[in-house]
Design a protein around this ligand. Sequence first.
Ligand code: URA
Length: 185
Amino acid sequence: MGWEALREAVRSCAACGLCRARKQAVFGVGDESAPWLFIGEGPGADEDEQGEPFVGQSGRLLDSMLAAIGLERGREVYIANVVKCRPPGNRTPTPEEAGACAAFLDRQIELIRPRLIVALGKAAAMRLLGVEASLASLRGRVHRYRDTPLVVTYHPSYFLRTPHEKGKGWEDLVFARRTMRELAA
Ligand code: URA
């Protein structure tokens, strides 16, 4: 499936119950051949309204995180989510919902062919790595999703709730940038 067919399949998907309450499915945004792919959990209220990932409060924080390592939404960066439809009340998607949406994210990754994936939070890390582990134990190492290197950091909403932990996010971003430089060398 190419981009257009994939976009249409996501738009009209009814593979799980999340489609019932959504205003719209949120496909993903950015450079379709980006070296950087950031993957979050699922759309919140603002994303459901606007149809773009990470446009609310955690999105503003994600944009500053990107800027901190010299990146910008849409320029060498693609942003997607594990599930494309908003879980009611912004709860974490269930493994069944993540599974129902898996082929869409997998195909996005195949089409983008990123050099590095950054998993934002535990839901993304678990979905892509297929492991049940604490986020803390997954940080600071290069994992693989199929053949693509993948690093893990906390979800931006975690830093909104616990601002004193932001230093860990900075460490993870520096690690991601160093990993990318090594991959590009
Ligand atoms: N949180 C996510 O994980 N994704 C979004 O798109 C917005 C908030």
